[in-house]
Structure formats: C-alpha cells, structure tokens
Write a protein that binds this ligand. Structure first.
Ligand code: SF4
Length: 299
C-alpha cells in the first residue's frame, strides 16, 4: 500500500446507470485500484474519463470518495429500480477499504433500501462484511463474484501484483459459502499464452469447485486502444515469449480472433464439466413487503 497515494474526494452521485450489462447500475466507491492488475480494463476507463495515465497514473493514486455512502443512501431513498453491481471499475475491497469502510457503509444502505446486488472483488476483506451480506441476502438477490483468472501464484505475482494470492480469495469464497451466501468464480480475463492452457483453466476450475463456488464463468482478455501499448510493454518485460502469439491473435484490435475465442470457449466447457458447481438451492419465497399487504387489503 505504501507506494499508493490516497486522495479524499467528494462524489456528486453514486449510482451510475449502465447499458448493455446484466445489471442496471454500477457503484464504485474508489477511483483507480491498488491491485494494479496489468490487464485491467479499468485502466482505459480511467484514461478516458479521469484523464489518468494508464500505467503509473492508475497504479499510484487512488481517489477515495469519502461521502459516497451518504450520497448513495440519499439516492436509494428516491430510486431503486433494477439491479446494482458493486466494483465494476475498481475493487471495492482493495486494502484502503479496511480504513474507510465505504463499501461496508454502502452495504448498510442497501440493507435498508434493498435492490438485487452483485459484488465483484479479489479482496479477501469481503469476509469482514459477512454479517451485512447475510442481511442483504435475506432481503434480495445477492451474489459475490470472486475474480480468479489463474491459480498459479508465480503468474499472478506478475499479472496481479497488488492482490491477495488466489488461494486467499478462494478461502474467502469458502467462508461466504459456509455462511450461506451465493459466491461464484469469474475466470476473467483468460490471458492468451499465459492462462489459456487446458492445464491452467483446469486448475482454476478445480480450485473454484473445491472452494464451493456456485458457478465458474470465463471471458477472454479485451484490450482497449488506450492500453494496447501498455499491455504490449508488460508482455515484453514479463512474458516476452507470449508477445508474438498475442500480436497474431489481436492484430492491434481489442478482441482476439474468433477461432481462438471458440477454441477457448470449448476448452472451458470441457474443464467445467469435470467439476461440480452446484447452484445455491432456491430460497423460500420472501413474505410480501408490508406496503404490498396493505394495498391488497385495501382492494
Ligand atoms: S482488482 Fe479489478 S479493478 Fe482492480 S486492478 Fe484488478 S482488475 Fe482492475
């Protein structure tokens, strides 16, 4: 944490409307992310919308939106349509959350004004909030997604240099499952030449299954124009042998060749079929909200 500057800022809004995603709103209590994943798509987002350098500009400064939970609470009082995802452009459980507790206070607001929620994280700190997650889970649909693209710790030290090792993320996932919370693994992004082998995907799927993950989903690396040179430089310094394969697959675009995409989809289907990912059984129907009962009685 020491080489990262934390800057307190004030948020004007909290819920951010999104299009074309499986959720309607996103919530990001921080700007940038001390986890410093080399492939992070949010590097491009921060360059585009926060005028921040995609390399050290992203890694070295995290803005902490100090009033974010209060802004969220005010917004939730007024609008609560649709579903929300926490942590789409930053990790809501990166180390500084231990001090500021912004994500925790957002969960408190959501417990009071529930809407279907998903959380995306690599931070084992999420177990601190099991008490609130259980309360929220009683009120609405909740899934915690752990991002575990690879379980080889040597690789992860290079690709995700600021994160907890994958085994700690999976230990946290197990604790959530033991508390009855829906928790799944996102094997994302699959990195060509680095974590796309059958062996690597199989190890990730097996570890996820053993931890009790309710699902195992994957997606291939997307390299937006803003980060293409940055990602090339990273490969050249840490995985030089992989660079020609990457260049051939992406050819200067954001997505890899379709044939390769199909090949990886098939590979993941194969490994997923070897292990058990048991969906959480449906919960009993929740009793109707008091205002609904009153309305029915009035009719
Ligand atoms: S944890 Fe997520 S948001 Fe943070 S750097 Fe890694 S990929 Fe980006």
């Amino acid at each position: 944490m020491t080489d990262v500057a934390y800057v307190e800022t004030q948020a004007r809004s909290a819920l951010n409307r999104v299009q074309g995603m499986p959720f309607d709103w996103s919530l990001n209590p921080f700007v940038s992310c001390a986890h410093k994943c080399r492939y992070c798509f949010a590097r491009a987002y921060h360059a585009r919308y926060h005028d921040r350098d995609v390399g050290e500009g992203f890694d070295r400064q995290v803005d902490v939106k100090a009033n974010f939970p209060d802004v969220l609470r005010n917004e939730l009082r007024r609008k609560r349509d649709g579903s929300v995802a926490i942590g789409t452009a930053t990790d809501p459980y990166q180390p500084i959350e231990g001090k500021y507790r912004l994500t925790r206070r957002c969960l408190e607001a959501l417990v009071d004004y529930p809407m279907p929620t998903s959380i995306i994280t690599k931070g084992p700190l999420v177990v601190r909030d099991i008490d609130l997650l259980k309360k929220l889970d009683e009120e609405t649909d909740l899934t915690v997604f752990f991002s575990v693209p690879c379980v080889d710790e040597e690789v992860v030290r290079k690709t995700d240099p600021g994160t907890a090792p994958p085994r700690q993320r999976l230990r946290a996932l197990r604790m959530l499952r033991e508390a009855g919370i829906d928790a799944a693994v996102l094997c994302m992004p699959v990195l060509p030449g680095i974590s796309d082998s059958e062996q690597s995907l199989d190890a990730a799927a097996r570890a996820a299954s053993e931890a009790g993950a309710t699902a195992f989903r994957h997606r291939l690396l997307k390299v937006d124009p803003e980060i293409q040179q940055y990602y090339r430089d990273f490969l050249a310094s840490e995985f030089a042998a992989v660079l020609p394969k990457y260049e051939a697959l992406y050819q200067g675009t954001a997505h890899p060749a379709k044939d390769y995409e199909r090949e990886i989809d098939e590979r993941v289907r194969r490994v997923r079929a070897r292990y058990e990912f048991r969906e959480r059984p449906p919960r009993p129907a929740r009793p109707p909200a008091p205002e609904t009962v009153q309305l029915q009685l009035a009719i």
